[in-house]
Ligand binder design. Structure first.
Ligand code: ANZ
Ligand code: ZN
Length: 641
């Protein structure tokens, strides 16, 4: 035996042996137990980073363990190969996204192979390959037939200089990332997948996933967001006609504490009031341009302006002024809220900012209520009792809501309502590097599905995007085609699918990656569900939710006999490293890679300082942080390989 582990020689020999023997080829043996171990497939960004190495090492260890225990093991690998970075690279380097992507795949595959992972490379797939995305198109058409795909207008970010639609992450402070132009919201037709039809099941089935981290299940439940509440109206009279301002609240028990109402900038009342009020019109425009990301809404400054319109409190008859506020979203509930500053934290800050009255109508064990500062107990539903609320005084949350909902209902002004936060999934992207949506627009027949026999609609691979709109709109050879129905000249849809579509079912395809006549075959029954899924927490919501949705759709179409795709889920942690930096008195902070830094220790080995090798001068230590480009503390796996 050799005393020294000669990585170069030994690994090359072992890897050659595995390849010759097809050691990691997964086979289906009826009756023999199987283990399907899947790590989230990578985006081919250029080269592997340490996060990949960590993720795939965990999967590899599990794979080898279960193989040794006598299972038929499947550990596949593929490429999440469509998406925006390839278009950005195309703009920067003038290479077609297809070429950039395939070059990256080749390089990263070489890296993965040299790491010696027990991957069945015979099942490799790339989502940008027509053999794969034809089945996106095929299932899209099945969903269209079922009414699970439909068309409606949606709002997009429009860059007026580049004449293009931007993704949310390309809009920085309301301006286009390339042009710096003020972004406009535009309404355009888009295609949606009706994930809300599965909201109930997606929520309920979380309880039947014991192999998932609680944290992820909570995040999914919050995202689906079932709210039990009351929808009710404030009547008002405007220009001589009677109308109602509807609101949704989860805290009808606080209704006697309403001191104002707030509507979203897009609400008809705001539009109406802005007609005669230039200041309000400016504010409404400003709000419309602002962020509608809910995370931002929670933390941003609560801005507002009064409309001068008053509505009537349905139970007290009091006149209540309506405001426009940037923290009310048009897309949720009624796009309007009752303002209860005593017990809703957002309303509290809004009221303080604008000098509105704050009233206490919930008491918790006689604790002193002050309008000076928000206290957590003001919002306590569990222990609260109604006070200063007339006939409802003394009632706890549930009884108060029941009594108030009943009274509103008797007046014809409200009822209980279950509201879902989940929205249907808009899958249209106005960009080139993605799965073409298989529809043809005909002047005579309207939107016509591409017949199955003509799938896939192949994406031309030689386009080089230049940032000014979707390249497909300038490709006559792609655009023009005969109408499948009447044969007259027609045009193809040029929107492509959200890349989350690609990753919503790739784990199924790994079971039968070489099947060219169908989306899935009998091998899916053998391998699915995935026994262990491993990946980053950043996919805890969208990717996993969309995958669960597609699985249920495929089940209901009779394609799989499966309720949930992933039995066990492991969300790997982040890879960390030290950070070093210098921050001049004036100027920007500079980070130094730990490899460029020399650590100084005293006689007992304790650290006394750190110096940059290049100039011998000290650098400061920022402690341990996530390995990232922005902190310049990455370690290139290639050096370890
Ligand atoms: C008054 C109130 C008092 C509220 C209180 C809460 C606490 P979830 O749980 O997410 O469903 N709301 C309703 N529609 C809104 C919209 N379009 N934009 C912003 N906020 C909206 O939230 C429901 C609560 O969020 C509702 O209950 C409403 O504020 C607000 F002590 O009504 B509440
Ligand atoms: Zn036609």
């Amino acid at each position: 035996m050799q005393n020294k582990y000669n990585a170069h020689a030994i690994e090359r020999e072992a890897q050659q042996y595995w390849e010759d023997q097809r050691s990691f080829r997964a086979v289906e043996t009826p009756g023999k137990p199987k283990y399907y171990c899947l790590s989230m497939f990578p985006y081919p960004s250029g080269k592997l980073h340490m996060g990949h190495v960590r993720n795939y090492t965990i999967g590899d260890a599990l794979t080898r363990y279960h193989r040794m225990r006598g299972c038929n093991v499947l550990q596949p690998m593929g490429w999440d190969a469509f998406g925006l970075p390839a278009e950005n690279a195309a703009m920067a380097n003038h290479v077609p996204p297809a070429q950039w992507t395939r070059d990256n795949i080749a390089y990263m595959k070489k890296q993965l192979v040299s790491l010696g992972f027990a991957i069945d490379w015979e099942r490799e797939l790339a989502t940008c390959s027509p053999d794969y995305y034809r089945w996106n198109q095929w299932l899209f058409l099945r969903m269209l037939e079922q009414g699970l795909v439909y068309k409606k207008t949606g709002t997009v970010n429009w860059d007026p200089v580049d004449q293009t639609v931007l993704a949310n992450e390309q809009v920085i402070d309301g301006r286009g990332w390339r042009t710096g132009a003020l972004i406009e919201k535009r309404e355009i037709p888009m295609y949606y997948m009706a994930i809300t039809r599965y909201a109930d099941e997606l929520l309920a089935a979380l309880d039947r996933l014991p192999g998932w981290p609680e944290r992820v299940k909570t995040m999914q439940a919050n995202w689906i967001g079932r709210s039990y509440g009351v929808r009710f109206a404030f009547p008002y009279t405007l220009a001589g006609s009677d109308a109602k301002l509807w609101v949704f609240t989860t805290r009808a028990d606080t209704i006697m504490g309403v001191t104002f109402c707030v509507v979203a900038a897009e609400h008809p009342l705001a539009t109406h009031a802005a007609k005669h009020n230039a200041g309000l019109a400016r504010f409404v425009d400003e709000c419309k341009r602002g962020s509608v990301m809910e995370a931002d809404v929670a933390t941003m400054e609560k801005k507002g302006m009064p409309t001068g319109i008053f509505v009537t409190h349905p139970l007290t008859g009091e006149k209540i002024e309506v405001w426009v506020g940037n923290y009310v979203l048009m897309g949720y509930g009624e796009g309007a809220v009752m303002g209860v500053p005593g017990h809703d934290e957002r309303d509290f800050h809004f009221a303080r900012q604008h000098g509105l009255r704050i009233a206490q109508v919930i008491d918790v064990a006689g604790r002193p209520f002050s309008t000076d500062a928000w206290q957590e107990w003001y919002a306590d539903k569990e222990n609260g009792r109604c006070v200063h609320s007339g006939k409802y005084d003394g009632l706890a949350y549930a009884q108060a809501v029941d009594a108030i909902a009943a009274d509103l209902e008797a007046m014809g002004l409200g009822e209980k309502q279950v509201l879902w936060r989940l929205r249907d999934w808009g899958i249209s992207r106005q960009r080139y590097w993605g799965t073409p949506i298989p529809l043809v627009h005909c002047g005579a027949c309207g939107d016509v599905p591409v017949p199955d026999a003509e799938l896939p609609v192949v994406l031309p691979e030689d386009c080089v995007p230049d940032g000014s709109g979707n390249s497909l709109n300038r490709r006559a050879d792609f655009l023009n085609c005969p109408c499948p129905q009447c044969g007259k000249p027609a045009q193809r849809e040029t929107d492509t699918m959200d890349t989350f579509v690609d990753s919503s079912w790739y784990y199924t395809r790994f079971a039968c990656a070489d099947q060219n006549n169908a989306m899935v075959d009998a091998r899916v029954k053998y391998w699915l569900p995935v026994d262990q899924y491993i990946g980053g927490i950043e996919h805890a919501i969208l990717h996993l939710l969309y995958s669960r949705f597609w699985t249920k759709v495929m089940r209901d179409l009779g394609l799989v006999q499966l309720d949930e795709p992933f039995t066990n889920l492991l969300t790997q942690g982040m890879v960390l490293n030290e950070t070093f930096f210098r921050k001049p008195d004036a100027g920007r902070i500079t980070y130094y890679n730990p490899a460029e830094v020399e650590i100084e220790v005293d006689a007992r080995g304790s650290r006394t300082g750190a110096r940059l090798k290049a100039d011998g001068l000290p650098v400061e230590s920022g402690g341990i942080g996530t390995m990232s480009k922005s902190k310049n503390n990455g370690v290139d796996p290639q050096s370890l390989i």
